[in-house]
Design a protein around this ligand. Structure first.
Ligand code: BGC
Length: 450
């Protein structure tokens, strides 16, 4: 085959998250999550939409797994809803909630699809938020207890365990910019939350190593983006370095080097309260993991705002580039840059792209078809970049499209469609988009034609 052939054991997948697809928010004893609370607070979400029904996946999971099998997915990444397992965040395990994931995993195994399980994709039990949420150090320990209970009780094989999805987003969108649950806007709180999330990750890895799942790998998923200066002026270059420290290194360094980047500590300390830490935290946080999951959608291009203390810089959107419906620049080269950089700076470590994809304004035709050539181009170009990274020696083991099916896109409600599968939210009918057919062929030939 002329084109881009991937390694024979490469894992092709698609990803979702509990709150974005499941619905059934009170079924079988599930407790309230911070996203239930947040979406039911008027004015927080586009059109005041909620995940009450979402894709009704909790009831339609069999149909959904069948579609995954039709696509030929090797693996499926989903998350467990903590408040289904512990309605109050802690205490007595709710077997009925766990049973849902047993049924789902069983169904996946029946179709030879390997489950990749994320333990936290943002739906914290509300009772823990009432005690301070991630700003409270205890939450990290409750997370480890929840994780331990899942490791012990979910008595089925799992392909990959992911402790947390995107702690950066939880910390900053949830606690500095206030646009995600729990809707807090305080940068120092966000720093503290980030530290507790990292601690939670490390504690969960520690209990995992004591659990009886030795053959199964565990890691974490970070949202990372290459950060570039808009010009080669020293000011822009410095601004990009600070922004990289904020976006990428603030999480990568403590995980893989055992310390926060010193120059960022200094910059933050001039304006913010640094997170409280305890002796031994760094060692817990930097415990070895078996892989790193990377979510990447775009790059960050910045110019200096004039201030040495500014760790975000001014974002630049070059006019001649393509943008997705999220306003994110299509920049496939960035995935290559990111994978090779992470491998070089933090490896050797197996890597997965645990999310990559694009929202476009898809239209369902009366014939029940969705033509989405821009999504196909997007995925094709990012996969080419991934392939080049593998050629350059990066141990990239798999790739998950975000997302399997259109779903609840957080603050944007249902207004952004990222799926390979189109959902008609009126009828809950599913339709394979053109990109789904395209991805099926990619998987079948284990590569790209051109
Ligand atoms: C998240 C997903 C989200 C996607 C698109 C990632 O930040 O993990 O839950 O839907 O990006 O915004």
């Amino acid at each position: 085959m002329a084109g881009y052939l991937f390694p024979s054991d490469f894992q092709w997948g698609a990803a979702t998250a509990s709150y974005q697809i499941e619905g059934s928010i009170e079924a079988d004893g599930k407790g309230e999550s911070i996203w239930d609370r947040f979406t039911h607070t008027p004015g927080q979400i586009w059109n005041n939409e909620t995940g009450d029904l979402a894709c009704d996946h909790y009831r339609r999971y069999r149909e959904d797994v069948k579609m995954m099998a039709d696509l030929g997915l090797n693996t499926y990444r989903f998350s467990i809803s903590w408040p289904r397992i512990f309605p109050n965040g802690k205490g007595i395990l709710n077997e009925k909630g766990l049973d849902f994931y047993r049924r789902l995993i069983d169904e996946l195994h029946k179709h030879k699809i390997k489950p990749a399980v994320t333990l936290y994709h943002w739906d914290l039990p509300q009772p823990l938020q009432d005690q301070g949420g991630w700003n409270n150090r205890d939450t990290a320990y409750y997370f480890a207890d929840y994780a331990a209970a899942v490791f012990e009780s979910l008595d089925l094989p799992v392909e990959l365990w992911i402790t947390l999805n995107e702690p950066w987003v939880v910390a900053y969108l949830g606690h500095a910019f206030g646009i995600h649950a729990p809707g807090i806007s305080d940068f120092s709180t966000a720093l503290q939350v980030g530290h507790h999330l990292l601690l939670a990750h490390g504690l969960a890895v520690r209990v995992f190593r004591e659990a009886d799942r030795r053959e199964e790998p565990i890691g974490i998923t970070l949202n990372l983006a290459p950060v570039q200066p808009n010009t080669d002026s020293p000011e822009d270059i410095e601004a990009a370095k600070r922004s990289d420290g904020f976006m990428n290194r603030w999480f990568l360094d403590p995980l893989f080097r055992g310390y926060y980047p010193p120059e960022m500590v200094e910059i933050f300390s001039r304006r913010l309260k640094l997170p409280d830490q305890e002796e031994g935290d760094a060692a817990i946080i930097s415990q070895p993991v078996d892989f790193l999951g990377i979510n990447n959608y775009t790059r960050v291009l910045v110019e200096s705002s004039g201030s040495q203390d500014d760790f975000m810089g001014n974002p630049v959107n070059p006019p001649d580039q393509e943008y997705t419906e999220m306003g994110w620049e299509v920049y496939p080269e960035g995935l290559y840059q990111l994978l090779t950089r992470v491998h070089h700076d933090y490896g050797p470590l197996p890597l997965y792209v645990t999310e990559n994809g694009a929202a476009f304004p898809d239209q369902l035709t009366t014939a029940g078809e969705v033509e989405d050539p821009r999504r196909i181009n997007y995925l094709q170009s990012y996969l080419q970049a991934a392939w080049r990274a593998i050629e350059a020696g990066v141990p990239l083991k798999g790739y998950y499209v975000w997302t399997l099916m259109d779903n609840f896109e957080w603050a944007f409600g249902y207004s952004k469609r990222f799926g390979l599968i189109y959902i008609d939210y009126q009828t809950q009918k599913r339709y394979l988009k053109k990109s789904a057919h395209w991805y099926k062929e990619v998987i079948a030939r284990n590569g790209l034609l051109k």
